[in-house]
Design a protein around this ligand. Structure first.
Ligand SMILES: Nc1nc2c(c(=O)[nH]1)N[C@H]1C(S)=C(S)[C@@H](COP(=O)(O)OP(=O)(O)OC[C@H]3O[C@@H](n4cnc5c(N)ncnc54)[C@H](O)[C@@H]3O)O[C@H]1N2
Ligand code: MOO
Length: 526
């Protein structure tokens, strides 16, 4: 089996993958989806001219000369509460009005209650109100359509439906949009040693942590994990399970059983062995095993599962070691989810270009390494003259594509706070933690937990990173995963990262959390 470059493997996996057709999705279920067509406002925002203050609506000219010493008294003709259409305003009168309530026809200004003789808050409707400050036309009035006009573009095709996007769409009168449907993912853990987390361990068994890891990563990438299944090391049982998983999914992701073990079931399935065991007939699962020049994550496989109804569901098989799972998910499964979710179906380059477009999955395009990604305004650029020898040699023909611009593959720049070794001939993805910004003296800042950064750690203010675990690279080091902020990406030709080297980072997304949340340092961080 030859060894494929990571970007070539991803191109192979992405080839022929298309998102399902867009569907009409109610806004309440559209968070995180990608808009499949331009959304235009069916109502102006705001829909009505309304008040920006609790107070009194009037004609400005009726109180244009008011002041504290020469207040103007107007009869109060009624209330204009929020949520209903007010009566027209007669000249020389005022109406009590609430924030957001429609301005009565004829009114052109609002006086806040604080600028009158009335007490703020709940109170009976007064017969008269004394205006104590001069009134300008248009004051505290929000004009219909001043935010967005009816028929104007709210969001373009390809926009990701964030909370902010959904609020804008709802305000513009929309209740549903056409979007690519949320990707449904089934997760399958393989291995006779796996048991339910929290159960007492029999000799030789371990908790199935990959099932939780993958289900969580799927959710953190905006997809829906429909089922998490577990299979023992039997190819026949696994084929049946994969078909069951595929019935509920647009993508099946497995972990484990894909390497050189005598009982590795996916290896057996790929070799055609499952056909001997399974009752569903051969070809229910088609699988190609590949060795990928990355560490961890070398043994991989991908293919298709055929459902009972003939539907072909893509299958991604990740190696079993937990760090390999995280790395493989981040570099391969995340772009697949992006493809299936429509994230790269809207740009000018289209799907085909992204398939092999040199940078399709290239986590290390030269333009990305030389300066921060456009979506990363927080990362200071590295001036070429100040750049230490880059730990990663950029691939020659790389150019960013829509896939490479997916948040999961956007690279940032940092400096190594300490040295570490790298594997020969494979791109390294090493979990690292941020240990602080470098200072002009080369010492790590407070985030460095007291560690001194080595001399020459780089220009002041650059992010410094160190391996998450004192052992450095180790695909079994699952307990150190929570400490990782990113994966350091080190190209295959680099034999060793030295302290102060400039390196590239693939940030690891997670659920949002307050930045200041205190956390207890696990013992391996000491
Ligand atoms: N002779 C060779 N042996 C191995 C090679 C090789 O090239 N030749 N590659 C090594 C590499 S690299 C990796 S990565 C692993 C991948 O092996 P598999 O994908 O077959 O995974 P397993 O053997 O099933 O498991 C590996 C490891 O991970 C643990 N594991 C598996 N599933 C889970 C789970 N759901 N939760 C927690 N931990 C899990 C499992 O117990 C093993 O320790 O192969 C190397 N070997
Ligand atoms: O390639 Mo394996 O994923 O190193 O541990």
């Amino acid at each position: 089996m030859t060894m494929l470059a990571p970007e070539d493997y991803l191109a192979q996996v992405l080839h022929g993958l298309e998102p399902p057709p867009p569907v009409e999705v109610p806004l309440a279920r559209a968070h995180g989806l990608v808009l499949a067509e331009d959304a235009t406002a069916v109502a102006a925002v705001p829909p009505w001219t309304n008040s920006a203050m609790d107070g009194y609506a009037l004609r400005a000219r009726d109180a244009s000369g008011a002041s504290p010493s020469r207040p103007v008294s107007l009869p109060v003709a009624g209330d204009a509460p929020a949520g209903s259409a007010p009566q027209p305003l007669a000249a020389g009168t005022a109406q009590r009005i609430m924030t957001g309530a429609m301005l009565p026809p004829g009114a052109d200004a609002v006086v806040p209650v604080e600028d009158t003789d009335q007490a703020p808050g709940p109170a009976p409707l007064p017969q008269e109100v004394e205006i104590r400050r001069a009134v300008r036309p248009g004051q505290h009035v929000r004009r219909a359509g001043e935010d967005l006009g009816s028929g104007e573009l709210v969001l373009g095709r390809g926009s990701v439906l964030s909370a902010r996007a959904l609020s804008a769409l709802a305000s513009a009168g929309l209740g549903a949009v056409r979007a690519w449907p949320r990707v449904r993912v089934a997760v399958v853990s393989t291995g006779a040693e796996l048991c339910e987390p929290g159960q007492g361990l029999e000799p030789g068994t371990i908790p199935d942590s990959n099932g939780l890891l993958l289900a969580g990563l799927v959710a953190e990438h905006g997809a829906q994990c429909t089922v998490v299944l577990r299979s023992r090391d039997s190819a026949g049982e696994l084929v049946s399970l994969l078909v069951r998983a595929a019935e509920q999914a647009d993508l099946v992701i497995t972990s484990g059983g894909v390497s050189a073990g005598a009982f590795d079931p996916l290896t057996e399935i790929a070799a055609g062995g499952a056909g001997r065991h399974e009752r569903r007939g051969p070809q229910a699962v088609r699988l190609d095993r590949v060795r990928v020049a990355m560490q961890p994550g070398k043994p991989q496989a991908h293919g298709r599962v055929r459902c009972e109804d003939g539907r072909q569901v893509p299958l991604l098989c990740l190696p079993g070691n937990p760090v390999s799972v995280l790395v493989s998910f981040t570099t391969i499964a995340a772009p697949v989810l992006a493809r299936l979710g429509g994230h790269d179906s809207h740009g000018q380059s289209g799907n085909g270009a992204a398939d092999r477009g040199a940078g399709a999955a290239r986590p290390a395009a030269p333009s990305e390494s030389a300066s921060p990604a456009p979506s990363d305004p927080g990362t200071p650029p590295v001036p070429p003259s100040a750049a230490a020898p880059a730990a990663s040699a950029p691939p020659p023909s790389a150019s960013p594509t829509t896939v490479a611009q997916h948040p999961a593959l956007v690279l940032r720049s940092a400096r190594a706070a300490e040295s570490w070794t790298t594997p020969a001939g494979r791109r390294q993805y090493l979990p690292v933690r941020v240990v602080g910004p470098s200072s002009p003296t080369g010492a790590a800042g407070e985030g460095g937990r007291g560690r001194a950064a080595p001399g020459g750690a780089g220009p002041a203010g650059e992010v410094l990173v160190a391996p998450s675990h004192r052992l450095g690279s180790g695909s079994h080091l699952v307990a150190s995963l929570p400490a990782a902020d990113a994966l350091a990406v080190v190209e295959a030709g680099v034999e060793r990262v030295e302290a102060g080297d400039r390196i590239r980072l693939l940030p690891l997304p997670g659920p949002p959390a307050p930045a200041s949340r205190p956390g207890r340092s696990p013992r391996w961080q000491a």
